[in-house]
Design a protein around this ligand. Sequence first.
Ligand code: BG6
Ligand code: MG
Length: 213
Amino acid sequence: MGYRALLFDLDGVIVSTEKNHFHAWKKTANHLGISFSEKDNEALKGVNRVDSLKHILALGKRIVPDEEFEALLHFKNEEYLSSIEDLCIKDLLPGVFDLLNLAKNKGFNIGLGSSSKNAPMILERLEIAAYFDVVIDGNGVTRPKPDPEVFLNGAKRLGLSPSECLVFEDAQSGIQAAKAGGFFAIGVGNPWLLGLADDYYNSLTEFSLERYA
Ligand code: BG6
Ligand code: MG
């Protein structure tokens, strides 16, 4: 197989912050009088902050002035941040810590490809920032997932081609981004990805790096 790098999504793959994003968006939507279910949220996984709010407003057939739009983005992020105040290394999803260590020991490059602007802060809080050779997050991307830019930038910064990198994703938009970029896309922890991803695991504890080395 000959892969040389692992590119990880953050929310839902490394840490279960997807539920925190959902609750913060639900509160924002309800504040606007828009109902927002966990099923609605599926379409927002991997989608950046601005596009997520546009999606929710479209759900409620609402248009808001620019100023209110900015205020809603701020409100959602404050809700989200206060819900992850206690985030720490214990919140790493099962299998993540072992996989990072194994990959490092075996000489794999490790990268992050996340839509979140909060990603660098979260890696610090989880005490895993030092494992990453490259971090591409929502602050450095012009075309969000499902565009492959975030992963293409990661591979480029590592000096590798997409065909040498495995991408780990929990979101449809992320799997689409990885596949559009020519990466091998591994779906994790989200049964909706069965059939979409190149390979699928319920949890990273089931993943065997030897199979891809
Ligand atoms: C993605 C999440 O990783 O980041 C989305 O899957 C989230 O749910 C998006 O909306 C943007 O995150 P942030 O932290 O920049 O608001
Ligand atoms: Mg995700």
